[in-house]
Design a protein. Structure first.
Length: 303
């Protein structure tokens, strides 16, 4: 069969593909397009049956599609791409450095004030912050399996600005020689540390459970369910407990430090993760007819 690939929006012809097999997948078509247009490598392409329709998954066969006017697909150029793993490594290494600069080299930031002794809460906060991003880096390298290989390269600068900027601002105020520790003293500090560490352990447990849900090299999707690990019991109440534990961790970090920038980071992160969780929750319910009805998206019984 012959297939015309038009540019989404303008409907101008991008490529004309000849001798295409009906059994070909969208992934195969992307490779054929790349053969004629070298700049349009597969990860840069989004193919649709309608100009403003939904992007087709790579495993969909042409024979299952109702192509307009016979044999037409629409393509959107997603722009230059970068590997998800590269993005994550940049996102998480930056905060590690930005925060530790204010902690390990206070003389560079605070001058003569840097000779004042640091409160115990400052040291514990540095430990917790470092642990969080070190864990994220290790998870990126050894735990996460990405369903999409790449993302638009412009997102790298946006995401890095967010993570790096907040890390430096939090570090500046928490490690400041005039930092005021928690109002309720050691009880509040230790409560914050304990809650943070438990939340980090919960987050790691969920990531392991999600990794084991999808075999290596597969894009198979299943309903996430609790395992023998008690931290995964949160799957009984929410669709995205990894986001829940992440939100809890930064809430406890805010309690530990009693620092406004930490609270703002926790609030901003929760807002974004809530949007992601609601989207995934909606997708789960649409994809799996038997999806548990009692689950919420991110906060048990509420959201």
């Amino acid at each position: 069969m012959e297939l015309d690939v038009l540019k989404a929006g303008s409907e101008t012809l991008v490529v004309n593909l000849k001798d295409v097999k009906p059994s070909s997948t969208i992934g195969d078509i992307k490779k054929l397009i790349h053969g004629q247009r070298r700049a349009l490598y597969p990860d840069r392409q989004a193919l649709r049956t309608e100009s403003k329709g939904r992007t087709l998954p790579d495993n969909v066969q042409l024979s299952t599609l109702d192509l307009r006017k016979g044999k037409i697909l629409y393509i959107k150029d997603l722009g230059p791409q970068i590997a998800w793993k590269t993005v994550f490594l940049c996102e998480y290494f930056g905060p590690l450095v930005c925060y530790l600069i204010t902690y390990l080299r206070p003389a560079i930031i605070y001058g003569d004030l840097s000779t004042r002794p640091m409160h115990q809460a400052v040291h514990l906060a540095a430990f917790c912050h470092t642990l969080h991003y070190a864990k994220r880096l290790l998870e990126t390298l050894f735990v996460h399996r990405f369903s999409h290989a790449t993302m638009p390269i412009l997102n790298l600068f946006k995401n890095c600005s967010y993570y790096w900027g907040f890390a430096f601002i939090m570090g500046y105020y928490i490690n400041h020689p005039l930092y005021t520790p928690a109002y309720f003293g050691k009880a509040q500090i230790y409560f914050g540390v304990a809650g943070f560490l438990l939340s980090e352990l919960g987050n790691f447990s969920i990531h392991i459970a999600l990794r084991n849900l999808r075999p290596a090299g597969s894009k198979e999707r299943k309903i996430p369910m609790p395992t023998s690990n008690p931290f995964t019991q949160l799957f009984n109440f929410v669709s995205c407990p990894n986001y829940s534990y992440e939100a809890y961790a930064w809430a406890f970090f805010t309690i530990l430090t009693q620092c406004l920038p930490a609270g703002l980071f926790a609030a901003a992160g929760f807002g974004q993760m809530a949007l992601w969780a609601l989207g995934k929750h909606k997708l789960y319910k649409k994809e799996f007819p038997n999806y548990p009805r009692n689950r919420k998206a991110i906060i048990p019984f509420l959201i």
